[in-house]
Design a protein around this ligand. Structure first.
Ligand SMILES: Cc1ncc(COP(=O)(O)O)c(C=O)c1O
Length: 343
């Protein structure tokens, strides 16, 4: 295996990791720091994070009656799920290309991973092959990123419902990009006993906190709690998330700005010769270079201090593909200008 590689980004326009480019107004930062001042870091954090969970229920769109579990990023929740459900005789399944950690963590817990190729060229779910794979592999766990990373699209809701009905095990709908898609499976949680919905606050402005959450029936989450390490959500994260979620308008305004900038960037990229760009319901765009190898464009952007993500080589369907995060208006303009020059 190779470890997850994070390239250095010192001094670059950082458009490689789906971060929100915006910070907080000075006044809000002052109020936040005043709260942090009172945190007792000599003590362990709240093990149950009850106050934070209550604030999350009040400010995020979490249906009544569903149980909540918090993770140190949703990466940790994927690991918890894999530890709880994996094993030598088990199979995990996800469409591919998708979020790489599903496959990576499956390997770490020594569980066979089946990737079902998406349809070409629109990266939709291939109904026949997906249902056939569920039938033949009987996976203990299915991950579906909705919208999908790195393709940015939303799979058909009806087909996901069909898969949940067919699945013999647990289905996790990963809504990491929920803030940008305007869609959610959370409303379906009461209908199925094998469905969990996972989200993260990383993409909507809090990547540095590492806070993900899993929603679902108490029966499932109380089993998964046995695998979660105690105190996984540190005191500074708990306090900061409590604080900023009491001002939810700020994060929503930033997400709205990113959604609108995504559409502008998509239109601007569509107008360029030499690339094909796919529409996206997330805060990034996937594109393919047509005349030149993607690596040439990727490295050329790097030389101009614009860091995006090279997807070429990570999956056959991502040949010559690059992924760019929607940044601030200024960052997007610099990226476009550099891209045009290179093309
Ligand atoms: C689909 C998907 N799920 C989960 C994650 C991990 O997010 P977190 O920062 O909460 O670990 C990502 C990050 O890129 C992602 O794309």
């Amino acid at each position: 295996m190779s470890a997850y590689h994070v390239p250095p980004a010192q001094g670059a326009i950082k458009l490689d990791a789906m971060e929100n480019p915006y910070t907080w107004p000075d006044e809000l930062r002052r109020l936040w720091l005043a709260e942090l001042e009172r945190v007792e870091v000599n003590r362990y954090p709240s093990a149950t994070a009850d106050v934070l969970k209550q604030v999350m229920r009040e400010s995020l769109d979490i249906p009544e009656g569903v149980a909540l579990m918090l993770g140190n990023g949703s990466d940790e929740l994927i690991q918890v799920l894999a530890l709880a459900l994996g094993g030598a005789d088990r199979i995990f399944l996800a469409p591919e290309p998708s979020f790489v950690m599903y496959r990576q963590i499956s390997r770490v817990v020594d569980t066979e991973f089946v990737g079902v190729p998406l349809a070409w060229p629109d990266f939709s779910l291939d109904r026949e092959s997906m249902l056939a794979a569920v039938q033949s592999h009987q996976p203990a766990l299915i991950f579906i990123a909705w919208p999908n990373n790195p393709t940015g699209n939303l799979f058909a809701e009806e087909l996901l419902l069909e898969i949940i009905k067919e699945a013999p095990g647990l289905v996790v709908i990963d809504e990491a990009y929920h803030a940008f898609s305007g869609t959610s499976f959370a409303g379906h949680l009461g209908e199925f006993d094998n469905l969990l919905v996972m989200r993260t606050l990383s993409k909507s402005g809090l990547a540095g906190l590492r806070l993900g959450y899993l929603m679902g029936q108490e029966d499932w989450l109380s089993e998964l709690e046995k695998v979660r390490l105690p105190y996984n959500i540190n005191s500074l994260t708990q306090k900061t998330a409590e604080f900023i979620l009491r001002h939810p308008d700020l994060l929503e305004e930033q997400a709205a700005q990113i959604r609108s900038d995504r559409e502008q960037l998509f239109a601007d990229m569509q107008a360029l010769d030499g690339i094909t760009v796919w529409p996206s319901a997330a805060n990034f765009l996937l594109f393919r270079t047509e005349g030149k190898p993607a690596i040439e464009i990727f490295e050329g952007l790097g030389k101009q201090s614009v860091l995006i993500k090279n997807m070429h080589g990570s999956h056959p369907q991502l040949r010559d593909c690059l992924r760019v995060t929607v940044g601030s208006e200024d960052e997007n303009a610099k990226f476009l200008e550099s891209l045009k020059r290179l093309l």
